[in-house]
Design a protein around this ligand. Structure first.
Ligand code: PLP
Length: 439
């Protein structure tokens, strides 16, 4: 039975109907609507460890993890306990409180930032980091990479034009051309394009922002030395290097993707952005960096930035508790599970004769339904995917009780709670899904 023919999930279908009457598309974030894969989105009622259970009572092995935050799995008992105690003590004070200090200390200990400002979403983090970069340099232009997503900030919600180095085009109605005219878009992993942009506009570029490893076009790691090159090129040109670790931070290693490249290569970004894992499933994010830059922020400096719920005591308690539990053993488990699931998926697709690339950036990984290449290094290649194959694969996995990202352009997320039983269920679902993709 296909997802489109309904009946197995009447409660989800009924809720979707009601949701569509009161919310655009029935959702509060577009990808949740299943538009890329068709069918009815499942409304989830609960989550435990590696599993989600929908409102019809069907259990799924979850490979989305709330799009990254659920590093320890759902409803980790210690996180829930800490959150319940925090909530009982009051939900928001609008004053400083201890949990935000604990979370900031943990972030500063793990990453190359001297200090952080806490915010409520990754979008706010990147928007504020860009404002700070512009405020510090007195320059306006921002360079970003095609296929990298940094939240729905006007100036970053751009499409690339057809040239190698282009000024961005509004990625959506509602974004004025005046915003995107300040954004230069270049292909990911293309050092020559970066050099060309700096040669032309070097003295106007405030910052380069990149995902520390691209995860929003599927998982596309930076080529060896690419981030270091960006860091050095920015330094040479008086621009700031912003590494967006909203997705990779505290996930691909205890100190994020920087822990996999910068720490060993001896460089650090000027500013970094974080989100997802550091909120433990609550709205918390951050941007941070060198003291001389961060001290330019209000109230110490002139660059304004603020938030009613920034550093919220429940969100910061959830985040701090999650990070405290994210030990070296947790990262070993994540790496092992990610490797296992990626290999199993790739083997099943190979067995079924489906051309694909199974690619990883640390424990972030995805399957590209592409033919004729064994690696994907930029957005153009990622876009060459056979999305019909992804759609068939996705629905067969869903029918078998495995919840994958409902888009071909997303990374898969595992948690430290994915145990042998969860992996066996994924392994059991894969062969039929691979055959569905081949059909
Ligand atoms: N930056 C990156 C790398 C992301 O992956 C995302 C979200 O997926 C964001 C920024 C935006 O974060 P949020 O959805 O919390 O606004």
């Amino acid at each position: 039975m296909t997802a489109e023919s309904t009946p197995d999930f009447p409660a989800s279908a009924a809720l979707f109907e009601r949701a569509r009457a009161v919310s655009p598309g029935g959702v509060n974030s577009p990808v949740r609507a299943f538009r890329a894969v068709g069918g009815t989105p499942r409304f989830m009622a609960s989550g435990t460890g590696p599993y989600l259970t929908d409102v019809d009572g069907t259990e799924y092995v979850d490979l989305v993890g709330s799009w990254g935050p659920m590093l320890l799995g759902h409803a980790h008992p210690e996180v829930i306990d800490a959150v319940q105690r925090a909530a009982a003590a009051g939900t928001s004070f609008g004053t400083p409180s201890e949990p935000e200090v604990l979370l900031a200390e943990e972030i500063v200990t793990r990453t190359p930032v001297d200090s952080v400002r806490l915010v409520s979403s990754g979008t706010e983090a990147t928007m504020s980091a860009i404002r700070l970069a512009r405020g510090c340099t007195g320059r306006d232009l921002v360079m970003k990479f095609a296929g990298c997503y940094h939240g729905h900030v006007d100036s970053l919600l751009v499409s690339a034009g057809s040239g190698v180095v282009t000024f961005g085009l509004p990625g959506t109605p509602g974004v004025p051309e005046a915003s995107t005219a300040q954004t230069i878009v270049v292909p990911y992993n293309d050092t020559a394009a970066v050099e060309k942009a700096f040669a032309e506009y070097g003295d106007q570029i405030a910052c380069v922002i990149t995902e520390a490893a691209a995860g929003n076009m599927g998982a596309v790691p930076p080529l060896p030395g690419f981030n270091k090159f960006l860091s050095e090129t920015c330094a040479r040109n008086g621009a700031l290097f912003i590494s967006d670790e909203v997705m990779t931070g505290f996930r691909v290693s205890r100190s994020g993707h920087w822990g996999l490249d910068g720490a060993a290569e001896g460089w650090r970004p000027d500013l970094l952005t974080f989100g997802k894992v550091m909120g433990g499933g609550f709205p918390a994010a951050a941007f941070g960096g060198r003291d001389d830059l961060m001290s330019r922020l209000a109230p110490e400096g002139p660059v304004y930035q603020a938030g009613t719920l920034s550093g919220n005591p429940i969100a910061t308690t959830a985040g701090y508790t999650t990070l405290r539990l994210a030990t070296d053993a947790v990262y070993e488990q994540l790496d092992a599970v990610a490797g296992q699931v990626r290999t199993l998926a790739s083997e099943a697709l190979t067995e079924a004769g489906v051309p694909h690339v199974a690619q990883a950036a640390g424990n972030l990984f995805s399957i590209f339904f592409v033919d004729g290449t064994d690696t994907v290094t930029d957005f153009e290649q990622a876009q060459a995917q056979n999305v019909k194959q992804h759609k068939a694969f996705f629905h067969a996995m869903l029918d078998a009780g495995v919840y994958l990202p409902p888009s071909a352009f997303e990374s898969w997320f595992v948690s430290a709670a994915h145990d042998d039983r969860a992996i066996e269920r994924i392994a059991a679902a894969l062969p039929a899904a691979a055959r569905a993709a081949a059909a």
